[in-house]
Design a protein around this ligand. Structure first.
Ligand code: ASP
Ligand code: MG
Length: 419
């Protein structure tokens, strides 16, 4: 039997009517001849409520009990979905993570998959079950405790099942109808993409296009799982939504596929640091130990290169990180300075910046993307504070107040409104 994985996010199962609506979509695939594994999220808002209950009870909670509580949201929807499908005459049953079992590491709150043995579910399919409704976001540790995968983790559960069960496709039903060239709330010209490559989606996901959990895209890329994002609130068919797939399935791609942004960035500059071997390690070592997620890094060229004749050469170092990690970063740097591990004259923190990025696999083979990007920003008089690039991305850090304008200007410059 061909098999499909269908994942329904929180808004798609927010109440009994919506569960019924999702079940109707499952039934259609069963009627087409598929065995289906349905992965469900908790009803929208439920996980936040459960987290609040845990924190309200025990601020420094035992992470194992956090997981026991927070995983329960998905159990409710899995059972309700199975019941709804049964009401529609479809042989279905629910599976909690431990019943599969979904084996994970013991990192409570951010567990990773170790294995998903197929045997139990395959046996039930062989006995006539048509739909396995699996609670997303959860698993079981080697210590026999319930684990969770981190917020948004049901996407990753869905991809992991698609890989484990050789699914034809993994359909992610959500409250948007696909992946867009940019956020439609920022540019009215944003266009839905029919297809996007894994690499591009990975950049867009980690850059703040919050359609899919980044880990789910990584996993899909690694195992070649074809992933489709589509709306659970619209009539959908085989061609709906956006397919996230390998480059080989995309005939020709534009030089830029999308413009992403991240509003909550901060820029930190260390003025007058020593220019000598080991300085970057002395700065970023403590930041990494403090759990700071450093993104863009720029080191100025020094006035004189470090060598035996210029042992006192100095330079500046600038990096960006999420705004909510600034306090941690500052403390790590100040502590390192106090301990004599690094020297700097001044620590300058700018919390009014945003990152805007153009992304596209077409960049690999076409020149002039950087020039067009900078031209578009210059035409709007937007000053660039930091630039970083990868093979398929150009990111700039700019004043936050220009973020929307920059996104619109870049979307126009690369004519993303046109297919
Ligand atoms: N319910 C979990 C969350 O809200 C997992 C998920 O929905 O993907 O983060
Ligand atoms: Mg989600």
């Amino acid at each position: 039997m061909p098999l499909l994985v269908m994942k329904f996010g929180g808004t798609s199962v927010a109440d009994l009517d919506r569960i019924a609506n999702a079940a109707a979509k499952v039934k259609r695939e069963v009627d087409r001849g598929y065995d289906v594994i349905v992965i469900v999220s908790a009803m929208s808002g439920k996980t936040n409520e459960l987290v609040g209950w845990v924190e309200g009870t025990s601020p420094l909670y035992d992470a194992r009990e956090y997981d026991a509580v927070v995983a329960s949201g998905e159990n409710v929807t899995a059972g309700l979905m199975a019941l709804r499908l049964q009401e529609m005459g479809i042989p279905a049953r629910s599976w909690q993570g431990w019943q599969v079992p979904i084996n994970t590491t013991s990192a409570h709150g951010s567990a990773r998959f170790k294995s998903i043995p197929r045997e139990n579910i395959d046996t039930k399919f062989a006995e006539g079950m048509k739909v396995a409704v699996v609670a997303g976001f959860q698993g079981l540790s080697a210590e026999n405790r319930i684990t969770t995968l981190g917020r948004g983790g049901s996407d990753t559960t869905a991809v992991a099942f698609a890989a484990a069960f050789d699914a034809e496709r993994c359909d992610i039903y959500t409250d948007v109808d696909g992946v867009y060239t940019t956020d439609p709330r920022i540019s009215s010209k944003a266009r839905k993409l029919d297809k996007i490559a894994f690499e591009e989606m990975l950049e867009l996901a980690s850059l703040g296009a919050k359609v899919l959990q980044t880990r789910s895209v990584e996993l899909a890329m690694r195992f070649g799982v074809r992933l489709r994002v589509l709306s659970s609130f619209e009539e959908t068919d085989e061609t709906s939504g956006t397919l996230v797939c390998g480059e080989d399935e995309i005939m020709e791609s534009k030089v830029v596929s999308g413009v992403a942004y991240s509003r909550d960035e901060a820029k930190i500059t260390l003025f007058t640091i020593e220019d000598r071997p080991g300085v970057a390690q002395a700065i970023f070592g403590p930041l990494s130990e403090a759990g700071v997620n450093v993104d863009m890094i720029v080191q100025n060229i020094s006035e004189k290169d470090y060598d035996d004749n210029h042992p006192g050469a100095v330079t500046d170092m600038t990096f960006s990180c999420p705004i909510n990690q600034v306090a941690r970063a500052q403390k790590a740097l100040e502590d390192a300075k106090a301990a004599g591990k690094i020297k700097y004259d001044e620590l300058i923190i700018d919390t009014d910046v945003a990152k805007v990025s153009v992304v596209g696999i077409g960049m690999r083979s076409q020149v002039g993307v950087a020039a067009r990007t900078f031209e578009a920003l210059a035409a709007e008089n937007i000053n660039i504070k930091v630039i970083s690039t990868s093979e398929i991305k150009i990111s700039v850090l700019i004043d936050r107040k220009y973020m929307e304008l920059a996104v619109q200007a870049l979307h126009d410059a690369f004519e993303l409104e046109k297919a």
